[in-house]
Design a protein around this ligand. Structure first.
Ligand code: NG1
Ligand code: ZN
Length: 556
C-alpha cells in the first residue's frame, strides 16, 4: 500500500475548518477545542514522522494549559522531553494548514523527501496524553488516528497526565527507563525523602500548604503524591470535583496576572497561611499568602512568583556548591561566584530569565548571590536552551514556569566522585545536588516537583513563607494588553526589551521611561494572543501603573 494514499484516506475523516489558519506558537497549536480535530490528526502524523526521523519515542500532549475550558491545544515533545525542535515548527504550520492550494499528501511528501524519511522501512512510537478538558477524549482519538496512519508507528495512550509528566516519560523512555507514571512518582518521592534525610534534623514544615489546583489535572496527581509521600501536609482546593470550571478565577496564571486571591481562598480566614497556585496542566506554580500591610487596614495578597521561586532555588544550589568547591573571586572588584572543583574544573552555574523578570530579582541574583544572569526572549524553548548550556542552569518565567537543569557529565561527577570529597559537608552537598537532579523535572517546568523543591528548601532554612518573601522586595510593576490592528508590525530586539521595527516608538518609550524613578518598560507582540503586551516597573505602584498606561497609549 502506498503510505501517502493511506494518509490521504485517513485524513479525509478530519477536514480542516474552512478559513482558519493555524500557527505552531510557543505553546503549540491552541484554539477552541471544537476546531482542532484536523490539526490534532495532522500533528499526530507529524509526531509519527518525527519518531521515524529520530528513531526515538516522541510525545504528544493535548492541553491548553491555563486557557479557558472551551479551548484546547496540542504540543509535540521531542526525544529529550523538551519542546519540538524549532526547525520542525515550520513543518507543523505547513501540515496543519495544507488544503486546496497545497494538498496535505503533497505537503507531507515534500517534507518526507526533504527529511529523508521512508515510511514503512522502520518503526516508531508516540506517547499520547491529555488534560481534563471535555474535548480531550475525542481529540486524543484524532491524534491516535493520525499517528497510526503512518505505517510502522504505534500510539501509546498514557491517559490523563500533567504536561510535565508526559514530557518526563518521553525523556525517561528514551534514556532506557520504564518511564511509567508510577516510575515518575517513585523518582520524585525517593529524591524528596533522600533530601529530607540529608537535611538539618529536627525541622518540620511550618503548617499545612494550601494548594489551588485550578480545577485541573494537578489535583488528582498531587493527592496521589501526598499519599505516597506521607511527609507533605497539603490541603487541596479547587480540585474541579464538583463541576467547578477549569481555570475560571483560579490557578497560577490568574493569580500572577490579576494579583488577586483565587476562588475559595479568603484573605482573613487564610491569613498568613502558605498557599500555592498551579495552572490547568500543572506546569506552572506561584506561591502566595495574605498578610496585614503597614498602611492598609485589610489584608493584602503577597505574591511569590516564578522569580522569587527561582531566587530560592538559586540560593540553595549556591549554598550546596559552596560546600563542595573552592570558590574563587575571579574578577577583581566583583563578587562573582566562581566555583571550582579540582578534577572537574569550573562549575558553570547560570540563571536564565526573560524581560518580565522583576528587576529586583535580577539584582538579587546578580548582586547578593553573585550569579551570572542572562535574558532570552519569551518562550520556554529559548530559556531551556540557554540553561542547558550550564553545568547547573536555572530558568524561570515570572509566571511560574521553570526548572533546574543539570548537565549529565556533572551529575555523573556528583554520583561517582562526590563521595571522595574530603569534608563530610561536601559529601552531603554532592548527594543533595544529585537528589535535586532527580527531584526536579529535567524536561520542562513542573508544578509538582517545583512544590516539593520549595517545601524542602523552606524546611532546610526553617523559613515561613513571609521570611522567604523578604529575601528581596519586588519593584512595583504593571502588565497591560493593547489591542492593535496588526501586532506583527512590532518586532523587537535585545531579548524583546527594545522595539526594532519602529525606531520612533522606541524613542518615545525611552523618553517616557526617563521621567520615572527606577523606571523600566517594554512592549512586545504576544506569541499566544492577538495583543501587544506592555510591561512597566517603577518606584511606586501608582507610577508603574502610570508608566504602563502612557506606554500603552504610545502603542495605540
Ligand atoms: P505570550 O502570549 O507570547 O506573552 C505567554 C506567556 C509566556 C509563555 C507563553 C506560553 C507572559 C507575559 N507570557 O506568552 O511566558 O508562558 O504564554 O507558552 O506570561
Ligand atoms: Zn501550563
Amino acid at each position: 500500500l502506498d503510505p501517502l494514499s493511506v494518509l490521504r484516506d485517513a485524513a479525509a475523516e478530519f477536514p480542516p475548518p474552512p478559513g482558519k489558519k493555524f500557527s505552531y506558537g510557543t505553546a503549540g497549536f491552541r484554539t477552541d477545542g471544537s476546531l482542532l480535530h484536523s490539526t490534532v490528526f495532522r500533528t499526530g502524523v507529524l509526531a509519527a514522522l518525527r519518531s521515524l526521523k529520530t528513531e526515538k519515542v516522541i510525545g504528544l500532549m493535548i492541553t491548553a494549559s491555563h486557557n479557558q475550558e472551551a479551548d484546547n491545544g496540542i504540543k509535540v515533545a521531542d526525544p529529550d522531553g523538551g519542546m519540538l525542535t524549532m526547525d520542525w515548527e515550520e513543518y507543523a504550520d505547513i501540515v496543519a494548514n495544507a488544503g486546496e492550494s497545497n494538498p496535505l499528501s503533497k505537503a507531507l511528501e515534500e517534507m518526507m523527501n526533504r527529511e529523508d524519511i521512508h515510511v514503512g522501512s522502520s518503526s516508531g512510537k508516540v506517547l499520547l496524553a491529555r488534560d481534563t478538558r471535555r474535548s480531550g477524549p475525542s481529540l486524543l482519538e484524532a491524534a491516535r488516528k493520525g499517528i497510526e496512519a503512518v505505517q510502522g508507528v504505534i500510539a501509546e495512550d498514557k491517559g490523563i497526565l500533567t504536561t510535565p509528566q508526559l514530557h518526563w516519560m518521553v525523556r525517561a523512555t528514551n534514556k532506557g527507563s520504564v518511564g511509567s507514571e508510577s516510575d515518575y512518582f517513585d523518582t520524585l518521592s525517593r529524591a524528596f525523602r533522600l533530601l529530607l534525610d540529608l537535611g538539618p534534623s529536627g525541622v518540620s514544615e511550618k503548617g499545612t500548604l494550601i494548594v489551588d489546583c485550578s480545577n485541573g489535572v494537578g489535583a488528582g496527581k498531587l493527592t496521589y503524591l501526598q499519599e505516597t509521600l506521607k511527609d507533605l501536609d497539603m490541603e487541596i482546593r479547587n480540585a474541579g470535583r464538583d463541576g467547578e470550571v477549569l481555570n475560571y478565577l483560579v490557578g497560577a496564571d490568574f493569580v500572577q496576572k490579576e494579583k488577586v486571591l483565587p476562588q475559595n481562598f479568603d484573605a482573613t480566614r487564610d491569613l498568613g497561611r502558605r498557599c500555592v497556585s498551579i495552572d490547568g496542566d500543572a506546569d506552572r506554580l506561584v506561591y502566595f499568602y495574605t498578610g496585614q500591610s503597614v498602611n492598609e487596614s485589610k489584608p493584602v495578597l503577597h505574591l511569590l512568583d516564578g522569580d522569587k521561586i527561582m531566587a530560592l532555588f538559586a540560593s540553595f544550589i549556591a549554598d550546596q556548591l559552596r560546600s563542595i568547591v573552592i570558590v574563587t573571586d575571579s574578577a577583581v572588584g566583583h563578587e562573582t561566584f566562581a566555583p571550582l572543583i579540582p578534577g572537574y574544573g569550573a562549575v558553570k552555574f547560570g540563571i536564565v530569565q526573560t524581560a518580565y523578570a522583576n528587576g529586583a530579582s535580577t539584582r538579587y541574583l546578580q548582586q547578593n548571590l553573585g550569579l551570572e544572569v542572562v535574558l532570552t526572549p519569551t518562550g520556554v524553548k529559548y530559556l531551556h536552551e540557554k540553561a542547558a548550556a550550564y553545568d547547573i542552569g536555572i530558568y524561570f518565567e515570572a509566571n511560574g514556569h521553570g526548572t533546574i537543569l543539570f548537565k549529565e557529565s556533572f551529575v555523573h561527577w556528583l554520583k561517582e566522585d562526590g563521595d571522595s570529597l574530603p569534608a563530610v559537608e561536601g559529601r552531603m552537598a554532592a548527594k543533595r545536588l544529585g537528589a535535586v537532579s532527580e527531584l526536579v523535572n529535567q524536561a520542562v517546568g513542573d508544578a509538582l516537583s517545583g512544590i516539593l523543591m520549595v517545601e524542602l528548601i523552606l524546611r532546610y532554612q526553617g523559613w515561613s513563607i513571609e521570611e522567604w518573601d523578604t529575601i528581596y522586595t519586588d519593584l512595583p510593576s504593571r502588565q497591560l494588553k493593547v489591542k492593535v490592528v496588526d501586532r506583527s508590525v512590532i518586532t523587537t530586539t535585545a531579548a524583546e526589551t527594545r522595539v526594532k521595527s519602529i525606531p520612533e516608538l522606541q524613542e518615545a518609550i525611552d523618553n517616557e521611561v526617563a521621567k520615572y524613578e527606577a523606571g523600566r518598560a517594554f512592549v512586545r507582540p504576544s506569541g499566544t494572543e492577538d495583543v501587544v503586551r506592555v510591561y512597566a516597573e517603577a518606584a511606586t505602584q501608582e507610577l508603574a501603573d502610570k508608566l504602563a498606561r502612557e506606554v500603552g497609549l504610545l502603542v495605540h
